[in-house]
Design a protein around this ligand. Structure first.
Ligand code: NDP
Length: 291
């Protein structure tokens, strides 16, 4: 079994990005610049944004954190977004999700300049991705594709079952896996909460991408020997043996399933760091396209 180590692979790729920054930027050319907008005090969102800013520092990017209270209004956030769109010293930015309930997420996403949409959530980028045109890919699916590529996991002609159909993970990764590309060229099945006979479907897969948000959902008896498993889930479960009183687990029953697979991502340390690495790649690309 190959452990698809997102931390190790990210370290390699981030070093490559760091070298690109050193080679390209200098006295005359400023480094790539990413901004993150964080609304409210959601601890998970705070941690994600912290990691993104830290990753920028690691590769030599400039970063800006815009932190606003939970009470921020729709109009105030739209003003921030318009300001970021117009800032010539900024290459890309993200608005960390989820947003407070009173803010209409869709309206915010639509206001982001697609050329700075390094999360790849704007319909322009999503549509371009669906058509196979150059675009910013959503960071998590892109991170998974980079991982499959670098670990040389065969995908051509394989049956890939994607568990989950969200706009940010399930649907885009299903699209990318079915594209005429490498990695890609898979025969893809998308499963969701209404899917029947799920175990039968997952057992017929050679690749399973689990993005449900249900701890340990994918069990040993749902997997055939030799399957490659990508676990996107990040779930908190109570664990009094940990100082924080909880630990993070994926959507896969890792300890039991790992003996059956050909390759598997751990949680934490699998798709999570690759998502941030993909965000850095998108920021680099936004920067280069501007030049
Ligand atoms: P969503 O809640 O938006 O989507 C979950 C999907 O799972 C839905 O499509 C839902 O189906 C499906 N689902 C729910 N129950 C079942 C079931 N019993 N059988 C089959 N499908 C089911 O989640 P996200 O896509 O946003 O995130 C999924 C997980 O990935 C979460 O744990 C999240 O924290 C994690 N995540 C990790 C990232 C990373 O960087 N590693 C980045 C983003 C997310 P239906 O559509 O019918 O409701």
């Amino acid at each position: 079994m190959i452990l698809l180590d997102g931390n190790k692979l990210s370290a390699v790729i981030r070093k490559e990005i760091g070298h690109r920054v050193i080679d390209f930027c200098g006295k005359e050319i400023r480094p790539p610049h990413l901004a993150a907008v964080l609304i409210g005090d959601n601890p998970a969102s705070q941690a994600y944004v912290r990691n993104k800013i830290k990753a920028c520092e690691e590769v030599g990017f400039a970063s800006t954190l815009i932190k606003k209270p939970e009470t921020t209004t729709q109009e105030e956030l739209l003003d921030i977004v318009r300001g970021l769109n117009e800032d010539p010293k900024l290459d890309g930015y993200i608005v960390q999700l989820p947003l407070p309930r009173h803010i209409k997420e869709e309206e915010i996403t639509l206001a982001i300049d697609p050329a700075k949409d390094v999360d790849g959530f704007h319909p322009n980028n999503f549509g371009r991705m669906a058509l196979g045109m150059p675009s910013f890919l959503p960071a998590t699916p892109m991170g998974i594709m980079i991982m499959l590529d670098r670990y040389q996991i065969p995908t051509d002609g394989k049956h890939c079952v994607v568990l989950g159909r969200s706009n940010i993970v399930g649907t885009p990764i299903a699209l990318l896996m079915s594209k005429k590309s490498k990695p890609g060229n898979a025969t893809v099945t998308i499963a969701h909460s209404r899917t029947q006979n799920l175990s039968e479907i997952t057992r017929s897969a050679q690749i399973i991408i689990a993005a449900l948000g249900i701890p340990h959902f994918l069990k040993e008896d749902m997997v055939s020997p030799g399957t490659c498993i990508i676990d996107v889930g990040i779930n908190k479960i109570e664990d009094t043996s940990h100082a924080k009183g909880y630990r993070l687990v994926g959507d896969v029953d890792f300890e039991k399933v790992k003996y059956k697979c050909s390759a598997i991502t751990p949680v934490p340390g699998g798709v999570g760091p690759m998502t941030i690495t993909a965000l850095l790649e998108n920021t680099w690309r936004a920067f280069r396209e501007k030049k």
